[in-house]
Write a protein that binds this ligand. Sequence first.
Ligand code: GTP
Ligand code: MG
Length: 399
Amino acid sequence: MNYDIDLITKRIDLILKKTPKSYSTYKQLQVHREFLIESIDYLKNFNHTVAFIGKVGVGKTTAISKLLNLIDSNGQELLQTGGGRTTICEVEIRDNNNISIIIEPYSKNEIKKYLEEFSLYIENKVLAKSTREEPFTLSSEIERALRNMLGLKIKRFKDNGKSKKIDEAVELYNKYNSKDKFYQNLIELIDLQNRNITELSPSYLNNKEGWIKNNFKAINNGNNKKVSLPKKIIVNYNKNPINIPEINLSFLDTKGVDETANRQDIENQLKDSRTISILCTSFNDAPDKVTTDILRYMKNSGLTKYISKRIIILVLDRNGEAESIADLEEPDLDEGREIRKEQIEGDLKNSLNLDNIEIIFFNSKENSPKELSSMLINKLLLLRKEHKNQVKTIIESLD
Ligand SMILES: Nc1nc2c(ncn2[C@@H]2O[C@H](COP(=O)(O)OP(=O)(O)OP(=O)(O)O)[C@@H](O)[C@H]2O)c(=O)[nH]1
Ligand SMILES: [Mg+2]
């Protein structure tokens, strides 16, 4: 569908000229004109995003890896997964024949601020102060990466059968006994001026999967000495099985939501009219607190009417969970999922007065991603279709 926006707006302007301003048609036409421009602008742009959002450790990275075939020959995810607090920042996966990893790092000032917080945190630890005046924005993921970048780890070992640990940051602090001197030393240790590589690509052709896996992990953990602290990581990879003609689709894995406030990255996705946000929840807690908090946030931000269009609730059930819910007499996966789906729907209706939200189930380790991917594609095409219909209706009424 190719509309000549100039031609159509000229047409409207011509009719507007002939129509007396006092007529209700005049106002109507003006509104039409605005909607038309908005929809055509929307359709001219072919970039869309699918963002996975959810609580720490719920299984976002595992699900996205399965969906996008980011899996090695042993069935291991190419993006780092783990026991929670693993993904350090927003990770965008783009379909691209040239494999590479691009790093958008935090600015020097932002890193210095993190190091100031880290200094205060270590000082509090040494002085055994537990009360903090301000909540830290330093999350466990960032702390882990910073410690690796600084070479100040927490060493764990066994002593006479007892678990012990030595915090190398505390040891360094004790050498100076001053937060400012400690901080100055951190600035030297982190060596930002030599961490200036922002793009990596494999120099050999075989084992590209291994290359992505190792390099992603090193960057995600602050273990690549040439790379700074990542604010966003872009992975260009060529095996994405999800292909929509004309559409340039990218997938976003996000850092898990925890108590650390201020998640501008997530708010941006929720507000973006080109993004489908997948709210991931575990089966047993569904809809979990992060999911309901996000839906409440959308309601309070005037986005209620977009919830059913741009949101999918993805229930990540793991082995046996759905089969064995108490409501079932015999284990039955489909029945178990159906019952939980009704419970979630009832819950959202009661607590937030929301209905018509798409809910699907996915077991990353067991299920084929086909159903999930076709649902995503449909949802995305619907977003565009709505604008196409709008253009069509306006043109018809002009005619
Ligand atoms: N058995 C089983 N384990 C899973 C499944 N999905 C994820 N896991 C495990 O759960 C843990 C967390 O998974 P991740 O994919 O790293 O979770 P995440 O939501 O990306 O975590 P953060 O990045 O920390 O927010 C890992 O140990 C996974 O192996 C699943 O479907 N079945
Ligand atoms: Mg993750």
